[in-house]
Design a protein around this ligand. Structure first.
Ligand SMILES: Nc1ncnc2c1ncn2[C@@H]1O[C@H](COP(=O)(O)OP(=O)(O)OP(=O)(O)O)[C@@H](O)[C@H]1O
Length: 320
């Protein structure tokens, strides 16, 4: 399908994949505009890697139509391979080679003209903050450096669509943020399309223009982070009381979602904006009840996942 923004960078219709009677993907439809970041969100075992492997021509789907960078995945896999880059859980980095050698090897594989090889390697090492470590064997790199090198190697071929399969799994929070910055710059500078898989709701929220939630072989929701959060409805406010009598009286006065008699807390529905907080506190004041403290909880993607799947983000077995 063609949109106002030109043909999508990636489209998929009714994609299905099963291993024996184990249905991993059960009718997946996707359309990703060029130059955007798309996040496929799901817990361990949801089928994210399987989807990436199918779209990047590594394995065949049982059914479905897919186009990547304008090419049919089944009929024209070579053209798809030439247009994409994939960094996955199994890195292409050779630990015995230095960062620079890894990049030069990649430049060789892509038949870059000789003078351009060194220029390309130097440029990528600088961009990915690896210049100081360029001459050290990759096996001495930290997890974050290795991921950055892996992504840099993918860029040597100037892909138009990049698949990042769980790019920050196992990284510490600081390395994760560095990686996020790199991914954002990649899209802003080069206009490439990023297909990202993640089990981190915050990562999808931070990076993606659009998010799809994969659960038991199906996409149970698609939209921007804001749209998904809206589906969950409002947030809630937790009120803390110091006096058990105030706690009990407030529980009778207010429309309470839940109460904790040990912690002396009450949860009430509400967006937590200033007028509704003022109204809530006025109501307690009029009843001469003293609130010790309060917390506002605005809905996040964790709530979305909980609402859509009826459970927390945890390892799951796809539908059989
Ligand atoms: N070659 C295979 N043969 C049989 N089952 C497989 C094969 N590859 C994957 N699976 C199963 O398909 C399901 C989806 O796996 P997949 O790796 O796509 O999930 P994922 O969402 O990427 O999870 P993770 O975050 O753990 O990588 C899992 O239950 C897995 O065991």
């Amino acid at each position: 399908m063609t949109t106002d923004l030109g043909p999508p960078a990636l489209s998929a219709t009714a994609v299905r994949k099963a291993y024996g009677d184990h249905v991993v993907l059960n009718g997946i439809d996707l359309e990703i505009p060029a130059g955007s970041v798309f996040a496929l969100l799901g817990p361990n075992g949801a089928g994210k890697t399987t989807m990436v492997q199918i779209l990047s021509t590594l394995i065949r789907a049982d059914a479905g139509e897919m186009r990547v960078a304008g090419h049919d995945v089944v009929r024209d896999p070579d053209a798809v391979r030439a247009a994409i880059g994939v960094t996955g859980q199994f890195s292409a980095v050779d630990g015995f080679l230095t960062g620079e050698e890894n990049l030069l090897l990649m430049a060789d594989l892509h038949h870059l003209p000789r003078p351009e090889r060194r220029r390309c390697a130097a440029d990528l090492l600088a961009r990915f903050d690896l210049a100081d470590a360029a001459r050290k064997p990759a096996m001495t790199y930290s997890g974050g450096m290795r991921r950055r090198l892996d992504l840099a190697m993918t860029l040597v071929g100037r892909p138009r669509v990049i698949f990042l399969d769980e790019p920050t799994t196992g990284l510490d929070p600081r390395s994760r943020r560095t990686m996020w910055g790199i991914i954002r710059r990649l899209v802003a500078d080069k206009g490439v399309t990023v297909f990202l898989t993640t089990q981190y709701l915050e990562e999808a929220d931070q990076l993606a223009d659009r998010i799809a939630v994969l659960h038991q072989g199906k996409l149970v929701a698609q939209g921007t982070a804001e749209e998904l959060k809206r589906q969950v409805g409002g947030g809630h406010i937790t009120l803390h009381f110091a006096d058990p009598r105030d706690h009990a009286d407030a529980a009778r006065t207010l429309d309470v979602m839940s109460r904790n008699d040990q912690a002396l807390t009450l949860q009430v529905a509400g967006r937590g904006d200033v007028p509704s907080l003022r109204a809530l506190l006025d109501r307690l004041d009029r009843a001469s009840l003293t609130v010790d403290g309060l917390q506002v909880h605005t809905p996040d993607l964790d709530d979305v996942f909980f609402t859509l799947t009826g459970g927390p983000v945890a390892e799951q077995e796809p539908a059989r």
